[in-house]
Write a protein that binds this ligand. Sequence first.
Ligand code: FAD
Length: 551
Amino acid sequence: MIPYRLRSDAFRRYGETHFDCLVIGGGITGAGILLDATTRGLRTLLIEQQDYAWGTSSRSTKLIHGGLRYLKQLELNLVREVGRERAIVHRNAPHLVHPEELLLPIVEDGSLGKYSTPVGLWLYEKLAGVPAPERFRTLDREETLDAEPLLNERIVRGGAVYREYRTDDARLTTGILKAAARQGGDAINYARATAILHDEAGQATGVEVEDRLSGKKHRIMARCTVNAAGPWCDEVRALEGPVEGKRLQRTKGVHVVFARERFPVNRAVYFDVAGDERMVFAVPRGRCTYFGTTDTVYEGATGYPQTKAEDVEYLLDAARHMFPDLKLEKDDIESSWAGLRPLIYEPGKDPSELSRKDEIFQAPSGLLSIAGGKLTGYRKMAERITDKVSALLTGMTGQPYRDSRTETIALAGGEFDNYAAVGAFKQRLLGEGRQVDLSPAWAEHLVDTYGTDAAAILERAYQLHQQETDADRRILRAELEYGIDEEGVCTVSDFLIRRSGRLYFHRPALEANIGFVAEHTAKVLGLPPEAAAEQERVFREDYEAVLAFRS
Ligand code: FAD
């Protein structure tokens, strides 16, 4: 993750390198490919047109889950694969992937039946290879209401509790990118592929890239180019001409965020919307509970969709039906996000019926594109496409490459022996942080966000001891400077939205720090003072946009 100050050197070096593999797109799919390809010995570069994880990979439901509802669509292979991946992602990043019990309430006129639900869960866990102590349990009506007293007692008939994992999608993407960078992989943000380069025989030979921070264009050569542009996959394919064969269908999904005290569920609740076949999640996370998602066809062209009043109404109706006593209102919402699913178009199917499977397309030029899939299955998607890249390269050069090794590679910050070690590390950090007045809340935030890399932030905080007398400012500044040097932070939005999740989960407390973060970012990046105001202005657009549905 090239830091801002090294960007021009990096572009010069890239111009002089002939990469084995060039990946377009810095979401979780591209990040997974970078890690897989780099650790097989392929010289690989990833370019991202905005910030890393700017696309769908910071706007999902943030669950590492096997997709229980795909059983209904008989997608048994998908459930088996992503179900089994859950334990691997948890093991490789235990600070970011937390076991989460999900309650499935069985309700009158709902799509989950008293007998069909245990059968479905049994099959789900069988396919996912869930060990005995972690298997589901069924609850009768009283037990369900005891477990979650806020549920609508007029409609609840029973329930079941099973286990998935909760994560932070953008941090997971960052952890993969950092792990790849530590193995020698290259990644640069604010670098957009504007053309695919070809030789005289029409074979793809690399990419023309625009550095969006300087406006300069560069030509980067690669033996293999992989399009992992998620919802923009077809736009990248269109750089070579009209898109033929299968194409994408984008669907929009919205989540809204409440303070936990306003929506105080004890655990995640997963239920079907009355009069609709769709399922929604209420997920507790720290001081918040978030709720989603919608699933509507999105035909907008570029840019990113926003949360609209009709999305909010749909979600509030669903929440009010299941949790009537809460009397949730629009004004209770603290933040929101809207994401685009990059699904493969299938004629005649509704958005929620479209398969979540991934597919690989190979153009006559050799350009490989991968689309569809899930956050949870990123590692297997990366393995499949890197197998293809390796085979193509072996065909070109005769050199063999190793098989994927990512099953056992810890993500950056995830170097813990087991899940319990994450808690022990928090305690250790808290002890060591006494000298810089590290509070329990800060220790929690740093370890949940950066894992073992939190120690490097604490180290920076020690060095700032004399310069920053206020403890919160000192640690915030250490975190920001770490982001700029180690995680490619170039803007206020990169830091406050994707590296630290503050816009979504701590919006009410943000106001006090926006000005400081803008000024300090501009200072560390060596930008003129007016750049701080511009950075702040751009961030404030996102800051306002998450609640724009209110007006
Ligand atoms: P993206 O994250 O969108 O990344 C593609 C990147 O390519 C973007 O950052 C974009 O800027 C970049 N790009 C585009 N064009 C160019 C170009 N020309 N040059 C350079 N870069 C370019 N999955 C789960 O497993 N669990 C969940 O709980 C879950 N919930 C979801 C909820 C919602 C609402 C949505 C929408 C999806 C959810 N998913 C979930 C699916 C999952 O989030 C996506 O499958 C995954 O994030 C897609 O990642 P990606 O890298 O393919 O795409």
